[in-house]
Design a protein around this ligand. Structure first.
Ligand SMILES: C[S@@+](CC[C@H](N)C(=O)[O-])C[C@H]1O[C@@H](n2cnc3c(N)ncnc32)[C@H](O)[C@@H]1O
Length: 323
């Protein structure tokens, strides 16, 4: 009976989870975790350092202690290990940029009532830098696992289409593959700095452009299209695949990484909710089923189409057969 009661109230807890999200995003906006790294501080001292109200700061810090993100001894606060690992700028697992991006999405999602009426996006805010750096935060956590699931045998030249911050490009380049990172010029500016900091400038060619209009180059053995399709409608995805097909060498492969839905379109939760993110932020984007994406590969001419689920995304591969 108690168990059933708890299960019945899951949706109610989901509704109030916006409060926890808001607390963590505000703490991130004020750089609370950077300031509480490695030393114990009172709320009063921290509020002086981050230019905030000390009473409000104390309330915020106590909630962060309750979430397990901070530790508290008497009236002193410090980062707990999870905050230290993921929320302090400069740490390898840093996720603060994706939190900033979520903060932007908060503004746009606040228009969901309007979106439901009009069917049109409500893109009130956009911060390109936190979007791209946020993609870097997320990819950093999974790049190793993703690459372990891609067959790179014989791949000498690779195109990372819409490669964003270049997280995957850098990982491919470290495997001695000649990488071309194609993206908008404003994105490549951000990627350039990350690639320079990683000492990989010589290993990655930056190709600025709009892949819906511009040429992608050719002679690639593999084209990686990660988290791109969901921002576009079916016709645009098909056109990207046709372009990719003609840019590949015979025997070359396309590898798609995407959020996905099963045939009910209501599972998994990540895919179903992400469809709404695209509804709010794009004209024609959505989450697709594995069957849909696979059928596009087939329509384009790819063979040996295979898919593998890795956590909340799917990797779908197709080969351009030698004739
Ligand atoms: C969601 S991010 C994915 C980044 C990266 N592939 C990853 O998985 O981490 C989408 C990327 O596609 C780029 N992009 C979207 N539309 C594009 C277009 N028409 N031409 C070039 N780049 C585009 C964006 O600038 C952004 O870097």
């Amino acid at each position: 009976m108690i168990k059933k009661g708890l299960k019945d109230s899951v949706w109610l807890r989901q509704v109030s989870s916006f409060t926890s999200a808001r607390i963590i995003m505000t703490a991130n906006n004020y750089r609370v975790f950077d300031n509480l790294e490695g030393s114990w501080k009172t709320a009063k001292r921290l509020s002086r350092e981050i230019d905030s109200d000390s009473r409000a700061t104390e309330f915020l810090l106590n909630s962060l202690v309750a979430f397990g993100l901070l530790k508290k001894q008497r009236n002193l606060y410090r980062n707990a290990s999870v905050a230290s690992k993921y929320l302090v700028k400069g740490k390898s697992g840093y996720q603060g940029d994706i939190l900033s991006h979520q903060n932007t999405l908060w503004d746009n999602w606040s228009g969901l009532d309007t979106v439901l009426k009009t069917g049109m996006p409500y893109r009130k805010s956009h911060n390109h830098e936190s979007f791209i750096l946020g993609m870097h935060n997320l990819a950093t956590l999974k790049v190793k696992n993703v690459l372990n699931n891609i067959n790179l045998n014989g791949v000498k030249r690779l195109l990372d289409l819409g490669g964003g911050p270049g997280t995957y490009s850098m990982a491919f380049a470290k495997k001695k593959i000649g990488v071309t990172l194609f993206d908008y010029p404003e994105t490549l500016k951000i990627a350039e700095t990350l690639i320079k900091n990683a000492g990989l400038t010589e290993n990655i060619r930056l190709l600025p452009g709009d892949f819906t209009k511009d040429d992608l180059g050719n002679n690639y053995d593999l084209i990686f299209i990660s988290q791109i399709f969901h921002a576009y409608g079916q016709d645009e995805c098909l056109s990207m695949l046709r372009k990719s097909y003609s840019s590949l060498n015979p025997g070359g492969r396309v590898v798609i990484q995407e959020f996905y839905l099963d045939e009910t379109r209501a599972n998994p939760v990540t895919g179903a909710v992400f469809a709404i993110n695209m509804l709010v932020n794009t004209q024609r984007g959505r989450t697709y089923t594995v069957k849909e994406i696979s059928s596009w590969l087939k329509m384009t001419g790819f063979s040996k189409i295979a898919s593998r689920i890795i956590n909340d995304t799917v990797l779908i591969t197709g080969i351009k057969m030698k004739r």
